[in-house]
Write a protein that binds this ligand. Structure first.
Ligand SMILES: Nc1ncnc2c1ncn2[C@@H]1O[C@H](COP(=O)(O)OP(=O)(O)OP(=O)(O)O)[C@@H](O)[C@H]1O
Ligand SMILES: [Mg+2]
Length: 721
């Protein structure tokens, strides 16, 4: 293969980065300037020109999906497989190191990953045992505290807690850590920290990896947190070359501990060369101009300029919806037009600030029969029935897994009540042993009453029987047997209605997922089941149900990072939603929200729609918002405003979450949506909504001075103005 193939199709600056001598480098550039492309070409260049073995390359991406794509792109460029190369997320790669050296890391061979749900459950249990009121100390908040400390590399012993609040959280952190260690469980933050400590404490191991990974590359560097940075520094400390690419304007995980300052820290620590890319290849000139203008409102920037020689393109359309249903209908209408124009659904993305916003859009999409895929939302492996089944498998693999034990001991119900459970928990705590062994000990000591004792014996026998029986079977057969023999399948089959049916289908889907699973050849798992369980924890978010179907891509703004789509909708761009309410309260947060807006806008290649709603019902509350300040920061000549005054759709009060959206009979009211009216007491306002018939009917008006009110139409005596 010709070397020119590696740099053809790159601009001068990009070439400079790809073909640079072996050195530390920072590629700092705005969105869509080809940073990721440079990274891929650099890997190919290292192998082709510098004769680097794939084995010596270590690349970090932001998601597993991005890692897969990157591997494919390198293979396409080089026209040969690159099996031994390590590409993955920080978590995935650390996890891999921990697996290979679990003993040195003080972990059982079958250690399991504790997801956020399990983590909260475990903390709740600890709070109870410690007599701490969970209303005052929400487990979620404590989980957050623990992860944040771990992201900073802090163990309980490293923390000086001065006030009582923190002292309490610290006590829980300590107890939590002990419980995790006892059970061989690691949470997400622990994966990174444990791996960092492993490398730090085992010089021989560290040297091994330092000598192996001569070439390190990191995409989306602006979102690394403290422990990730220190981890990289440690690993690169043996004289490896490290190339990081990033954009300070796209740093959007500050709230989770990411530090933009790591970019400057890198320049100091690594004596790196900076290369800036300035040409944008992704978006139309209009989209680029608008996003550049927006981000200029941030004070703290490293400063960049971006230009494009692409065409002007269409203006950005801003739609002022009456409410969230109107907004959803608008978006779906535009998508249908797009589809009818011969375009693919997958080229279109809907981006929102919070996951909860997806519901209403999903409904509208379902109603129109449009396929969609939620990227990183409620995922298959997180569904209740799937987690039940996985917990059985986890317990079969590792009896020390307390979280799994807790979840399945009485699912399906087998007569093991709270009292028996507390008994087991007490024993586990007193004897410092996992719940499983505590249960067995209690049985041996005959401490349980007859019925409870029989029930627990049956459970213990079930797990032991399954574990013996399935050992020799194929993975999918293992799953099948477990789901059936445990009684899960029968339990969900007995559940009536659509939901039960869906759960059974999901369990079946899990069996087929096991059948399709291929353990990675180059990773150290003691069994295919082990490998599968790790896969479900790490990749859950990205393994979409039907990957090959053409579908609209729906995701939060955060998970859109690094991606691009010809057609993009950004919805809910309102004050209080985006920027979020909390961002007003903490310093620096508003700038982070603006960066998030910049990330969203720069995902669009050809056409961008932005919408906001005057009234929105979310989390069960009706709220009124003005358009986001970010909209005012977009130059007028980049924008076209759309406002259609038609009837609004609003589901009946009982049918809110059904698939039928009924049309309110506005015509009957004698008023129009959006019409300006005057009320004798409340003054002037705008008509927003209408429901009911005749004498029962009510009208909703947003009054300029007193806010929104529902009035009985017959008595409101509204005058139109
Ligand atoms: N020299 C080039 N010629 C033509 N197209 C290019 C060139 N460089 C990059 N592109 C294209 O521009 C688009 C954006 O590139 P890429 O995704 O690498 O940008 P990025 O800087 O990583 O963006 P982000 O900051 O959003 O991650 C891609 O479609 C890519 O293929
Ligand atoms: Mg990128």
């Amino acid at each position: 293969m010709d070397v020119s193939d590696l740099i053809d199709g790159l601009n001068d600056k990009q070439r400079e980065a790809v073909a640079a001598p072996l050195q530390n480098m920072l590629v700092l550039a705005g969105a869509g300037s080809g940073k990721t492309r440079v990274l891929v070409h650099r890997i190919a260049w290292l192998m082709q020109v510098e004769h680097a073995s794939p084995y010596s390359i270590f690349a970090v991406t932001f998601t597993n999906k991005a890692a897969k794509e990157m591997r494919t792109r390198v293979e396409e460029t080089l026209k040969s497989p690159v099996g031994g190369m390590w590409i993955g997320t920080f978590h995935g790669l650390s996890h891999r190191i921990l697996r290979a050296h679990h003993r040195e890391a003080n972990l059982p061979e079958a250690f399991q990953i504790l997801d956020t749900d399990d983590q909260v459950r475990m903390i709740r249990r600890l709070l109870k045992a410690m007599n701490i009121d969970e209303k005052k100390w929400p487990p979620k908040q404590i989980a957050w505290y623990i992860s944040a400390r771990k992201d900073e590399g802090q163990r309980p012993k490293d923390i000086q807690a001065y006030d009582v609040n923190e002292q309490l959280m610290l006590r829980v952190y300590t107890a939590y850590q002990e419980a995790c260690d006892r059970a061989g469980l690691v949470d997400f933050a622990e994966i990174l920290l444990r791996c960092f400590e492993l490398l730090q404490q085992q010089p021989t191991l560290l040297r091994h990896y330092q000598q192996r990974f001569r070439h390190m590359l990191v995409d989306e560097f602006q979102d690394t947190n403290n422990i990730q940075y220190r981890w990289l520094k440690l690993l690169a400390g043996g004289g490896s070359n490290i190339m990081i690419v990033g954009d300070d304007d796209q740093s959007i995980y500050g709230w989770r501990g990411a530090k933009i300052e790591n970019i400057k820290r890198f320049l100091d620590d690594f004596d790196a060369e900076t290369i800036r890319l300035e040409q944008n290849y992704r978006s139309t000139a209009t989209i680029l101009k608008a996003s550049n203008a927006l981000i200029e409102n941030n004070a703290e920037r490293m400063g960049k300029s971006l230009w494009t020689d692409g065409n002007q393109g269409e203006p950005i359309s801003i739609y002022a919806a009456f409410n969230e249903l109107d907004e959803a209908r608008f978006v779906v209408g535009k998508i249908k037009t797009w589809l009818n124009g011969g375009n693919a659904l997958q080229d279109c993305a809907i981006l929102y600030r919070n996951n909860a916003q997806s519901r209403i859009l999903e409904e509208a999409m379902l109603q129109e029969g449009l396929k969609y895929r939620i990227y990183g939302g409620m995922r298959f492996f997180e569904r209740q029935e799937i987690k039940d089944a996985l917990c059985y498998l986890r317990l079969i693999c590792n009896r020390q897994d307390d979280a799994a034990f807790e979840r399945v001991i009485n699912t399906p119900a087998r007569g093991i009540g709270d009292k028996t459970l507390s008994h087991i928990r007490d024993c586990a705590r007193n004897e410092s042993m996992p719940l499983w062994y505590a249960a067995k000990a209690i049985l041996e000591q005959k401490h349980l009453a007859g019925r409870a004792s029989t029930a627990v014996t049956k459970f213990v026998e079930l797990i032991e029987h399954l574990s013996d029986k399935i050992d020799e079977l194929e993975l999918s057969e293992q799953a099948k047997q477990t789901i059936e023999v445990s009684g899960l399948m029968a339990m969900y089959q007995a559940e009536k209605g659509e939901k039960g049916r869906a759960r059974v289908e999901n369990l079946e889907e899990l069996i087929s997922a096991c059948g399709q699973y291929e353990p990675p050849i180059d990773e150290d798992f003691s069994s295919p089941l082990q490998g599968f369980l790790a896969y479900t924890s790490l990749e859950a978010g990205e393994g979409q149900a039907d990957e090959h179907e053409d579908a609209v891509q729906m995701m939060t703004l955060h998970s859109a990072k690094g991606l691009e789509f010809p057609l993009v909708f950004m919805v809910g761009v309102e004050e209080g939603m985006f920027p979020s309410q909390q961002s007003h309260e903490e310093s620096g947060r508003l700038e982070e929200e603006r960066r998030l807006c910049y990330v969203g806008m720069t995902r669009a290649m050809d056409k961008l729609y932005i919408s906001h709603a005057e009234s929105r019902r979310l989390y069960g509350q009706e709220k009124h918002h003005s358009p986001s300040r970010f909209l005012r920061e977009i130059p007028e000549d980049c924008v076209e405003e759309i406002r259609i005054k038609t009837q609004v759709s609003r589901p009946t009060s009982t049918g809110r979450f059904s698939n039928t959206i009924t049309l309110a009979t506005f015509e009957e009211s004698g008023y129009n949506l959006g019409q300006r009216v005057l009320h004798a007491k409340f003054g002037a306002g705008t008509v927003l909504n209408y429901e009911g018939n005749g004498a029962q009917s009510r009208i909703q008006v947003n009054f300029d001075d007193v806010g929104t009110k529902w009035l009985v139409t017959a008595y409101a005596r509204l005058e139109s103005i």
